[in-house]
Design a protein around this ligand. Structure first.
Ligand code: CA
Length: 393
């Protein structure tokens, strides 16, 4: 599989990353690593290899035949290099950030007594699809800070979840970001609050990000594993990092093999050729943010990986503690697309991952004045997408 020199290359990359981050050279602090083992190493050997190398197992990650571990210092972790026949890869278990909380617009809004349809829901033409598709029964995971499980405008659609940080099914959103994302996908169509793109989709709260919006690669990988095991069909990933991770790439490949449609935020740095991972991965659909006047938001990262654009400015949705809030970012654009995918899968359950991508991109509306790198195929269009699959049914 991987040549053994890959381990040495990875060690160099890890050292380069640490120097980029300005880490002190003392090397005496505990370090967190993800280890990928050779295929010949079974799960029963994992703990002993880690302990023989002076580390402590934090969690096993079977989908990547790997483990998250803590070592007392960098030098001890590097002793893994002597296990070239068993250890395929070692990388830092680094922190990834959610992609949107920094764009909070602190504008107080009264809680809507009557249900309002947020502008983004209308703009992606979701109401045009609702006559024939509402996302009913489609299993969508929000891999994020959790979801407010008792939010009255979400509760009936929440099927379950898992907190990868504390390894419990008792999920709490102590940030708000995940609850916001969930509302854009599937807030209930009732007589109060807001409504999501796919108001009858089933939501799963997979928490890998803490109250500050930070999550470790290992927790994200574990969340993806949970999604595969629980036969989730769509994963919304409103987070990103400029650093690649082999562990994350392998997990994405496994989810793709399981047929899961993955949608991710392009990122909010306004950078050319700056699409972040996991959006940058070819198995993931990268989403940029559009504005109320149908422009691409200046904060959106662009690049050849961009699949489509969706509303990401001043997006009103559900929030923690039963609330509602407006947020801005590619994090908010991403769930509009996840919702459209849920609509498609409810209208036509036999669609493959490739079919979904082709229909979503093939029915998007080009925004004049913006390049392919900025908008991909254009603004996602739920009405047109549903019409297309109904015509071909
Ligand atoms: Ca509602």
């Amino acid at each position: 599989m991987l040549p053994s020199y890959a381990v040495y290359l990875m060690a160099l990359a890890a050292l380069a990353r640490r120097s980029r981050q300005g880490a002190s050279g003392a090397g005496s602090r505990p370090v967190q690593k993800i280890i990928l083992f050779e295929p010949s190493v079974g799960p029963e050997r994992v703990r002993s290899i880690v302990e023989e190398c002076g580390g402590k197992l934090r969690k096993s990650l079977p989908i990547i035949n790997g483990a998250a571990c803590v070592f007392p210092e960098e030098a001890t972790a590097m002793s893994l290099l002597s296990r070239a026949g068993e250890v395929a890869w070692v990388e830092d278990d680094f922190v990834i950030h959610i992609a949107g909380a920094c764009f909070f617009i602190p504008r107080p809004r009264p809680w809507p007594r009557k249900q309002t349809v947020p502008w983004g829901i209308t703009r992606v033409r979701a109401p045009e699809a609702w006559g024939s598709a509402t996302g009913r029964g489609v299993r969508v995971a929000v891999l994020d800070t959790g979801i407010d499980m008792s939010h009255p405008d979400l509760k009936a659609n929440i099927e379950g979840g898992f907190d990868c940080i504390n390894e419990t099914t008792d999920v709490v959103d102590d940030n708000g970001h995940g609850t916001h994302v969930a509302g854009t996908i599937a807030a209930l169509d009732n007589d109060f609050g807001v409504v999501g793109v796919a108001p009858e989709a089933r939501l799963y709260a997979v928490k890998a990000f803490d109250s500050r919006g930070q999550g470790q690669v290992s927790d994200i990988v574990q969340g993806m594993e949970w999604c595969i095991t629980n036969r989730v069909q769509v994963i919304n990933m409103s987070f990103g990092t400029a650093d690649s991770s082999r562990a994350l790439t392998v997990a994405i490949n496994k989810a793709a093999e399981a047929g899961i449609v993955m949608i991710a935020a392009a990122g909010n740095d306004g950078r050319r050729d700056g699409v972040l991972y996991p959006a940058r991965d070819p198995n993931v659909m990268a989403v940029t943010a559009s504005t109320r006047d149908d422009r691409i938001a200046s904060f959106s990262n662009s690049g050849t990986q961009v699949a489509v654009a969706a509303p990401g400015e001043d997006v009103y949705s559900t929030y923690r503690d039963g609330g509602y809030k407006s947020l801005t970012g590619t994090s908010m654009a991403c769930p509009h697309v996840a919702g459209v995918v849920a609509l498609l899968l409810s209208a036509s359950p036999g669609l493959t991952r490739d079919d979904v991508r082709e229909v979503v991109c093939g029915t998007a509306t080009k925004l004049p004045g913006f390049s392919l790198d900025q908008q991909g195929s254009g603004l996602v269009n739920a009405g047109a997408a549903i019409s297309r699959v109904r015509r071909s049914a």
